[in-house]
Structure formats: C-alpha cells, structure tokens
Design a protein. Structure first.
Length: 151
C-alpha cells in the first residue's frame, strides 16, 4: 500500500500553535495590499516600479508557504515571528520605494496618504505586533494546550 503520511504540525510549548486559518490569514492579509498597488502602478505606466510590491508579495507568500510546508519541523511561534520580521522589512520597503518613486498621478490613483503618522505606522506596525506577541507568548499568564493535557 502506498499511503502518504499526513504531516503532524509541531506543537509549540506555550500560547501559539499552528492553525491554518490564522496562518494563511497572516500571510494573505500581510501581502494582499501589494497586489492592487502593483496593478495600479503597472497600468499607470510604471511597470518597473510595480515589480517592487509584486516581488515583496510573492516573497512573503512563498516564505509563508514554505514555513507551512515545514510546520512539522518549525515551532509555530518562531514561524510567526519570522513572518512578522519579513513583513517588517517588505512592508516599509515597498511603501517607501513607491512613495519616493511613483509619479504624482500614480500616488493620486493609489489614494496615497500624505500624513507622516501613517508613514510612521507603516514602519512600526509589524515590529510592534511582534513585540506584543512575544509578551503574550512569554508572559506567565496561562499555559499551553499541551501543558493542560499533561496534567
């Protein structure tokens, strides 16, 4: 018999565990905004600039898929922090590259914000979420599902 074994996700020692909806929500939610940005830039005569958000989108999806594929060997919290660190690089990179290189017409079509506060949030949101998740993972409140089952 040629049965394919199903992968068993590695169980995290604390709060965060592998869960498909949460994982793919993170991956798609963190990269989906790059698709319309790329399309608008490409359709507005800036196909080379459109490659930056497209490349960031493809990179994050591929890394997310690779981590999911290897979930039997990668702890869930490390994978999540890895994705957040990747978003901490790709999000500001795509944002600032487009902000500094797009034409005025493209920025209008993108409904680009002029606020410094929004630009600061773009740079800080993913690291802030990562710090918050570290607090949740390593705080003394609660135990993992695994610890509750061992009792």
């Amino acid at each position: 018999m040629n049965q394919k074994q199903t992968k068993s996700a590695m169980v995290g020692p604390r709060q965060f565990q592998w869960q498909g909806g949460g994982w793919f929500g993170c991956v798609i939610g963190g990269s989906a905004w790059l698709v319309p940005m790329s399309a608008i830039l490409a359709l507005n005569g800036q196909p080379m600039l459109a490659l930056v958000p497209s490349g960031c989108c493809v990179l994050t999806i591929l890394v997310g898929l690779a981590l999911w594929h290897n979930r039997d060997r990668v702890r869930p919290f490390r994978a999540l922090i890895g994705m957040l660190m990747l978003f901490s690089i790709t999000t500001p990179f795509a944002w600032f590259t487009v902000a500094t290189n797009a034409t005025a017409d493209s920025l209008v079509l993108l409904n680009w914000p002029q606020s410094i506060a929004i630009t600061a949030m773009v740079a800080l949101i993913c690291p802030t979420i990562a710090i918050w998740f570290c607090f949740l993972e390593y705080s003394h409140h609660g135990t993992s599902k695994r610890a509750n089952q061992d009792v």
